[in-house]
Write a protein that binds this ligand. Structure first.
Ligand code: PEP
Length: 250
């Protein structure tokens, strides 16, 4: 059975105090059944690494550069994330696609770079509001996922996590209904099955988009939802802990 994963994406929010508050709260309740990953901004990875040491929590980066190293001012490589104790890295978040013009091709290259550095990429896919209104959600997520599966192949795909994040639900308070989310998750699972049956069974498909303590349990109870990628609600120690508890109660 797939192990549930809850990842907190702090985006460009937080302080050192928040690292202490959130990790302090989660350390006490995290145990082996659910994997909990905190993805703070880069400057907080060091303090976060000290605090997760010896616990069941782990760390992730929010993005990486495709190169191992080089003259790329402001960028951070997968090797650096690994060196700081990260096990995961988010790639293809809709904010990266929108504000940093990241293409499907670049997202696939980033996923490949993550695997090369021993990180598990959390590959985000999801349609925007106009695409959903036009009934294009399946076409969009199929295209985004196919770019990554074509690049990685079945064997490397077993190291990845897929996150379905409908753009219209991110940071808006408009969560996809459990039925809407399950429909896309089942579709993504089917796409993975076309690549390889083992990949389909082993890859965790997370839901992201206004997950809160009040809706987490129902979302996580869906057959093809293996956890969540949580933005705003991961910035509150008590709220995020409640979401992790909901995941553990599956
Ligand atoms: C996200 O940033 O990936 C996200 C899902 O944000 P929120 O939970 O705030 O919608």
């Amino acid at each position: 059975m797939r192990r549930t994963l809850v990842a907190g994406n702090w985006k460009m929010f937080g302080t050192r105090q928040l690292v202490r508050d959130v990790i302090g709260e989660l350390r006490a309740m995290a145990h082996g059944a659910t994997e909990v990953v905190i993805c703070p901004p880069y400057p907080y990875l060091g303090p976060a690494a000290d605090m997760v040491a010896g616990s069941a929590l782990c760390l992730g980066g929010q993005d990486l550069h495709v190169a191992v190293e080089g003259a790329f001012t402001g960028a951070v490589s997968g090797a650096m994330l690994r060196d700081m104790g990260c096990a995961y890295v988010i790639v293809g978040h809709s904010e990266r696609r929108q504000y940093f013009a990241e293409s499907d091709e670049l997202v696939a290259t980033k996923a490949e770079a993550a695997i090369r550095e021993g990180l598990r990429p959390i590959v985000c896919v999801g349609e925007n509001e106009a695409e959903r209104e036009a009934g294009r959600q399946f076409v969009v997520v199929e295209r985004q996922l196919a770019a990554v599966t074509a690049r990685l192949g079945a064997s490397a795909m077993t190291q990845t996590v897929v996150a379905y994040e409908p753009v219209w639900a991110i940071g808006t308070g408009r969560t996809a209904t459990p039925g809407q989310a399950q429909e896309i998750h089942a579709f993504l699972r089917g796409q993975l099955r076309r690549l390889d049956a083992n990949v389909a069974e082993s890859v965790r498909v997370l839901y992201g988009g206004s997950v809160k303590a009040s809706n987490a349990r129902e979302l996580f109870a869906q057959q093809d939802i293996d956890g969540g990628l949580v933005g705003g609600a991961s910035l509150g120690a008590v709220e995020f802990a409640a979401i992790c508890m909901a995941a553990q109660g599956m």
